[in-house]
Ligand binder design. Structure first.
Ligand SMILES: C[S@@+](CC[C@H](N)C(=O)[O-])C[C@H]1O[C@@H](n2cnc3c(N)ncnc32)[C@H](O)[C@@H]1O
Length: 256
């Protein structure tokens, strides 16, 4: 199992990332400044996108939420604080899940698991979230079929989906792998194009990283500062050039 995981895309990088996130005050402060809340984001999910989940799904203490690629569970914890819902999440990073279990011991279930391999019972979740994780599935159509089976009738899949880094930019939202996978699985959905907001978020990430440079260096975390600067280089280009290379969409799909 361990050897297999080390062959998965970015596995070692995410283990180091979540080990750093577990104890870096500079990173917590950077996340709060860049994203509006600290969810230990590696991706592009700011608090506006997560609040949209709350506006989209009617959640209560009777609801059950699953997050795919949940990292250390801080985004789920925010949803639980707002709704009282039971939270479940899985991630292939052992460090991330250790932190998630320590931070959220009640009304929560965190598992080490691989997208496409982990199993849950059918029809047990009201909401499944996937922020920048669906493209790690080896077969997205099969994985969406599995996700659909885990949802209760009328349950919602809420996904943040980026093109231009892990997965290639396609022509439009009509042509993404996720659009094809949802059509193949007869899951009706609506989308929002948030490419412009993502461009602005990347600029905020860069500003926040620069603001925290000394703090990262004082902790011995200069390499994470360098990575953030590298990752946000693309937002220095004019928007027209940026959006030819990158796109970001929110998908809200419903099981019928
Ligand atoms: C881009 S990050 C997004 C994390 C978080 N959802 C967020 O929005 O900040 C991708 C996440 O998926 C996890 N991941 C990547 N590939 C995976 C796989 N094959 N199986 C399970 N988790 C995976 C990583 O450890 C990481 O937590």
């Amino acid at each position: 199992m361990m050897d297999q995981r080390h062959n998965l895309l970015f596995y070692d990088a995410y283990e180091s990332f979540y080990a750093m996130a577990a104890h870096s005050a500079a990173f917590r402060s950077y996340c709060s400044q860049a994203f509006g809340e600290d969810f230990s984001q590696d991706g592009f999910s700011d608090v506006q996108q997560i609040d949209l989940i709350l506006q989209t799904a009617s959640l209560s203490s009777a609801s059950h939420i699953l997050d795919i690629g949940c990292g250390n569970g801080k985004m789920l914890s925010y949803l639980q604080r707002k709704t009282g819902a039971r939270i479940s999440g899985f991630d292939y990073s052992v460090h991330a899940i250790q932190t998630a279990r320590a931070l959220h011991p009640f009304n929560a279930d965190f598992r080490v698991g691989i997208i496409g391999e982990i199993q849950y019972p059918v029809e047990c979740f009201d909401l499944i979230t996937s922020m920048d994780t669906l493209y790690f599935a080896k077969d997205m159509t099969n994985f969406v079929s599995q996700v659909k089976s885990w949802l209760k009738p009328n349950g919602i899949l809420f996904a943040g989906y980026q093109e231009g880094d892990v997965t290639a930019r396609t022509e439009s939202v009509q042509t993404t792998e996720l659009t094809k996978a949802l059509h193949s699985n007869q899951m009706p959905f609506r989308t929002m194009d948030i490419t412009r907001q993502t461009y602005e978020l990347l600029q905020r990430k860069r500003q926040a990283a620069l603001h925290h440079q000394t703090a990262f260096e004082a902790e011995g975390h200069r390499e994470w500062f360098d990575l953030l600067i590298d990752q946000t280089q693309c937002a220095l280009a004019p928007y027209d050039q940026f959006q030819q290379k990158m796109a970001r969409y929110i998908y809200i799909a419903q099981k019928q």
